[in-house]
Design a binder for this molecule. Structure first.
Ligand SMILES: Nc1ncnc2c1ncn2[C@@H]1O[C@H](COP(=O)(O)OP(=O)(O)OP(=O)(O)O)[C@@H](O)[C@H]1O
Ligand SMILES: [Mg+2]
Length: 281
């Protein structure tokens, strides 16, 4: 943005500058084509770099105003004490539930933690569990469509075409430069099956996308290091998913607004909480 702000500054401080008489079109026509190229080259490059590395922007020390058109304000992390508590609890708990109201940032919390694990790019303030090596996780939602439109978009951005192949534009939580490749599910347009992600250790992490409506059986398979469930899971899916974490002592992250009342999964967390309160008395 520097060249543009310099330019704006130069215009408004020029002798005789009169905002009432300033003609933007005439001004733009008078600009040198080379200068325009230079201005756009820098700003477009910078904007793209910000759009494709959201992981570095979320939960900053101080609030960052919207860093590029269409990007949100990134609020200082001290404004999100419950999010930080949720992350921190990963250091000591296998199962975590972030049960909260609509639009408070549950999906951001889940995708942020998954992106940290898969890439190994933990922020300096991270107090939760860390995986020093490449790891394997699942992210799951209700249906293939909601998994694609919410979870996949939040993690990897939009599906585009690159060199004749389907790819992600990297505008989600996983930085573009960490996305290696994806395989795609059959029968659901634009939903990835497994995405390979570069881990800082030099290894390759994987993130598989799943949905509950495919049934408990799709949650069978090999061990996982972490599983993120972004909607309330049916009890049988939850049980099956938990088994995948047993050998790795992996992490279960659940983020949702309770819509199903006191379901088995919600109850199991509430019971554990009251049992912990009893023992702490
Ligand atoms: N830490 C944050 N900094 C800046 N913006 C945020 C942050 N967390 C969430 N947001 C923004 O707030 C909006 C809601 O976030 P998100 O989708 O994560 O909420 P949610 O609780 O999952 O909502 P829903 O109830 O619809 O599932 C999004 O536009 C998101 O980009
Ligand atoms: Mg959400």
């Amino acid at each position: 943005m520097k060249p543009l702000t310099d330019l704006a500054q130069a215009i408004i401080t020029a002798p005789g500058f009169d905002p009432a008489r300033f003609d933007a079109e005439q001004f733009a026509n008078a600009l040198d084509a080379g200068l325009i190229d230079e201005l756009y080259a820098t700003t477009e490059g910078e904007i793209l770099a910000r759009r494709t590395n959201r992981l570095e922007l979320f939960f900053p020390d101080e609030t960052i105003p919207s860093p590029a058109p269409g990007m949100p304000i990134f609020y200082a992390r001290h404004l999100y004490p419950r999010h930080l508590e949720f992350f921190r609890a990963g250091a000591t708990h296998i199962e975590r539930l972030f049960q909260a109201g609509n639009r408070v940032g549950k999906t951001v919390a889940g995708s942020y933690e998954c992106a940290c694990h898969a890439t190994g790019r933990y922020p300096h303030w991270w107090a939760g569990r860390q995986f020093p090596w490449a790891n394997h996780g699942w992210a799951a939602g209700d249906t293939n469509e909601t998994t694609r439109d919410i979870i996949q978009k939040e993690l990897f951005g939009e599906v585009t075409w690159e060199a004749g192949r389907k790819a992600f534009d990297g505008t989600g939580m996983i930085p573009k430069d960490a996305i290696i490749s994806a395989t795609w599910k059959r029968g659901v347009d634009g939903l990835a099956d497994v995405v390979k992600v570069k881990h800082v250790s030099g290894g390759t992490s994987t993130i598989g996308l799943k949905s509950y409506d495919q049934g408990r059986r799709v949650f069978q398979g090999t061990a996982k290091h972490w599983i993120w469930l972004d909607e309330e899971p049916p009890a049988d899916v939850y049980g099956e998913a938990l088994i995948r974490l047993m050998t790795t002592k992996g992490l279960m992250l659940i983020t949702f607004t309770p819509l199903l009342g006191l379901s088995d999964v919600v109850l199991s967390f509430l019971e554990a909480e009251s049992a912990a309160r009893e023992t702490n008395r």
